[in-house]
Design a protein around this ligand. Sequence first.
Ligand code: ADE
Length: 342
Amino acid sequence: SGSGAPLLAQRTVSRSIQLVEVIAKGKYGYVWHGLYQEEPVAVKIFSSHAENAWQRECNIYNTTLLRHENVLAFLGADTVSRVQSCTQLWLITRYHELGSLYDYLNKNQLSRQQLLRLLTSAASGLVHLHTNIVGTHGKPGIAHRDVKSKNILVMDDGSCCIADLGLAVVETMFDDSNCGNNSTSQQNSKQQHQQPHQHRHRNMLGVDDYNIKVGTRRYMSPEVLDGSIDCERFDSFKKSDVYSFALVMWETARRCCVDDKCEDYELPYNNMVPSDPTLDEMLFVVCTSGFRPAIPKRWKTDTILKAISSLIGECWSYKPDGRLSMLRIKKSLIKLNQHLDD
Ligand code: ADE
């Protein structure tokens, strides 16, 4: 990973961080476990081609007051010059030892209490992002656009926080030119020829919004896959997040044991598409065939799992308007918690 080169810190933050080990790897670069004055921190180091994602994530954290117990806490950002003139872009956040929900579900089975705690807290984080709060401690609505189990972290108390705002869009910066208007790849390539690069829309975050199909393909909503998403409305992106969250609920509920039985960990659509599926493969399964992940039979025999399966069904419908809001999902999950306490 080129970590042998000495670091030449430009600012104080990164100079006093000691990198310990790589804990995650993505398209953007690497996440390190680091130490800042003996406190554990996570350092996301973006490769130079992912500068947009770094910019976007820094800007969202810096310009909107994003303090919430279920949103990964931002500690700082820095640029670090290395020898051989390459610049590293750092994003420093709190470190969570248990790692992502994806890691956690692979290693652990859950009780119904644990299941509800994971899902309710993750839903709370997404509600906070989605909500436009007015007033001095307000914030604009933010849609995540890359909701998946690898972008949700599990904290020591068994609750979750939402991570990775590298693709997020902010409501206040919305105008009518967010869409690449690319309903088919043919149209898409035509469009690219018609529009010279310098005329592509760049929003106030300085990020090129030309391509709408930017999230993780496996978790993309039907309207993103088939290009029918109404990009002029901010709400469309929130509804798309809800679809992806339905897949996360499905992944999580599978690991919930009742009478010592649960399903093995599986990525959504694992049995329908290959690993790293193409857009066309996802389009065929999700839109053309209308398939969704199977709901295991045993879920019908447990009140909690049965309620969660109907919640999931109301969140992954083909039509965006048929889906529940994140707030509705959170409230339903809280109600189920109370059910367990009775
Ligand atoms: N993986 C990605 N980000 C992380 C973080 N902040 N803490 C622990 N694991 C992570």
